[in-house]
Design a binder for this molecule. Sequence first.
Ligand code: OSB
Ligand code: MG
Length: 378
Amino acid sequence: MQHLETNFALSRIVVREISLALVEPFRISSGVTSQRRILLVEVIDRGGASGWGECVAGEEPTYSAETTDTAWLAIRRWVAPRLLGKPFAGPEEVWPALQAGLCGHRMAKAAVEMACWDLVARKTGQPLAKLLGGERQEVATGISIGIQSSPGDLVERAQAAAREGYQKVKMKIEPGSDLDFVRAVRNSVGDDLGLMADANSAYTLADADHLAALDEFGLLMIEQPLGREDLVEHAQLQRRLATPICLDESITTPSSAAALIEIGAGRVVNIKPGRVGGFTPSLEIHRLCREASVPVWCGGMLESGVGRGHNVSLASLPGFTLPGDISPSQRYWRRDIVEEEWTMSSRGTVAVRWDRPGCGGDVDPRRLETTVRSETLR
Ligand code: OSB
Ligand code: MG
């Protein structure tokens, strides 16, 4: 018999920072990462059930204003005190409690909010995918390849990814490493492989003609060419490009997704639950986009197996019709921190873990040996 009581009250929140080396440095237009400083959050309720979350904030304020350090501060000072001891009827009540009178800090909020969803999934004996309304048995997988030193190096990476079965190859671009790189890859892999480029805000509207030259390569989309606040400029750019624009950094709330739809600032949305404040706002963005027939896919932030489990669970929802940045554990880590590493089939899919409660990423306590600091909030 399953217990389907979704109510809970948190007695403790444990915050941990772990240090994990990427198997290779990951370079994007806004910075390079080789050693991740990952915040893990464990929420424990009065009955002893627990759930895990992962904060996607980076080490430096390059992708967003939030960092590992600001998230640590925000969680202990403002996020945790709003939740500890308070009765919730279900995980969907957490987001409103974190919104009222607490601006921003969405990555910090998301880590805890998603841990609460995981807790309720575990406590009620169901996969997180089910609790979220997911349907898919497996999710389509893409790879995100960092900026390489030459088109030849990028071609090698892209060809290897195609051989491994990835359904989509995303190339990071920036001024000086764009047209020649994308052309070389398209010429080498042929027309059938889904390709896209991600600029992480490296361009301005003055580059519109230059970006329009990407149209001939038949990209699935170009991700976040302009600044995070530049919704209007993205709409202007979209009118000059055949290639669909997908927004990442600019989508921080359901309102920004609604704005994309309303003004045509893009035709695709990258949902990263860790960027928008958690699952409740993610579900709202997913709903808005579905209503408007805007396809969404689940982005990644170089997560460990915990955040990956959350992303896989979310990507099992029906509106996620494009391959996500949800690569297998091995693409990032020599050894992931979860008991069962995430793997990819030769068809480029990752299986949703319908066979167990929670997000599917169960932390292996022995792998927390790289903990740099931890604190129990009560
Ligand atoms: O722009 O999608 C991005 C990683 C860190 C910060 C921003 C981005 C990324 C990625 C990595 O593209 C995707 C992944 O986790 O594989
Ligand atoms: Mg991106």
